[in-house]
Design a protein around this ligand. Sequence first.
Ligand code: GLU
Length: 432
Amino acid sequence: MVRVRFAPSPTGFLHLGSARTALFNWLYAKHTGGTFLLRVEDTDKNRSETRFLEEILHDLKWMGLDWDKDPVFQSERFDIYRKKAEELLEQGRAYREGEAVIFPVPDGRVIEVEDAVHGKISFRTDEIKPQVMIKSDGSPAYNFCCVIDDSEMEITHIIRGDDHLSNTPKQILFYEALEKPLPVFAHIPLMMGADGAKLSKRHGAVSVEEYRREGYLPEALVNYLTLLGWNPKDEREILSVDETIKLFDIRDMSDVQSRFDTAKLRWINSERLKTSSSSDLLPLFTESLREAGYDPGKMSETKLRRIIELYKVRVKTVREFPPLAGSFFSDEYEIEEKGARKYLEPEEMKANIAHFASEIERHETFSAAELEELCRRIAEKENLKPAEIIHPTRMAISGTTRGAGLFDMMEILGKEKVLERMNRASGSGGHV
Ligand code: GLU
């Protein structure tokens, strides 16, 4: 039975690289019907903070990475580590240096590991210094407590980043000293920024939280991270979690570094948005409106969902929605300067808006199809291109040249609002 673990240190927010490590562990557990455990590596009391732990757990849940038992906290296990150190001291396998307990590393050995991702790797013990087990302040050193915990938790596969590769021979020495069976090691190559350097703040957003706030869907982030170092052996790039679980194996992971590519993540997010239903997206989209200062509460759910249907295919992240759709929710929306200069200031544009408005006013009913027909007729009669009516009207009712199809927008806004804004823009009707 496979047992894997994710072992975050709660000294900061959940980094994308760590999230990816957690994801691969989780996928492997799900694929094999195994167990996915959490261990909180909070031995550094000065740098560990509850708020970071809460954030990490929240982000894991947001990504859908559920764990199987209560997390293990290293800070609650200091006595266990000290007891194990005492045992090794008594057996003459360790020595004291002041308050610290040290493990002597034998010279002249070659430690070979069959890594599930990299294949055979060997390390020479001559290059490894004596290892601290317990520091002089009584706290355990990472390599020592990691081995004690992994063996007590009966971890079968240690899937972690390449940055821990150099710890592996030291940990193997501890497994030997403690007479515990070795797990399988799988070191996944690190995630790099577009420039090939290790992904860091310098490259922009690196925490899961930032992507959540930017309006990425969890399934899109998970989909994207899955493809950084693994693929389904075909060209598919949009994969559901269930499909991934079916196909995933750590042995198929690439042993070369991958590059984080925001454009690709945005593309996956937009594809995911397109195929999500407006009812699934409703909470996210309304929240983004509230955050942008709009009050969607007054609008019916049917109308809201119609707006979401129009915009989910036009935005790459949920965050891009409020600036495009603000005019549905308030009269105080932004007006694009360039668009205003081109489509609202020239007299002939004002005239086109006024003409369209007067036809609308005379027309009894008000539907997208009828508005389109009306616009086309005016264009024909006046020898105008439909765009010469459509662009200024869109600017007049929404303040932007982008956004959904004009006639749909007009129908949703309603006749009264549309005429009020068109009259104001054309300078007729007394609303200046
Ligand atoms: N706390 C370590 C880290 O965050 C975990 C290392 C491991 O998985 O063994 O990098």
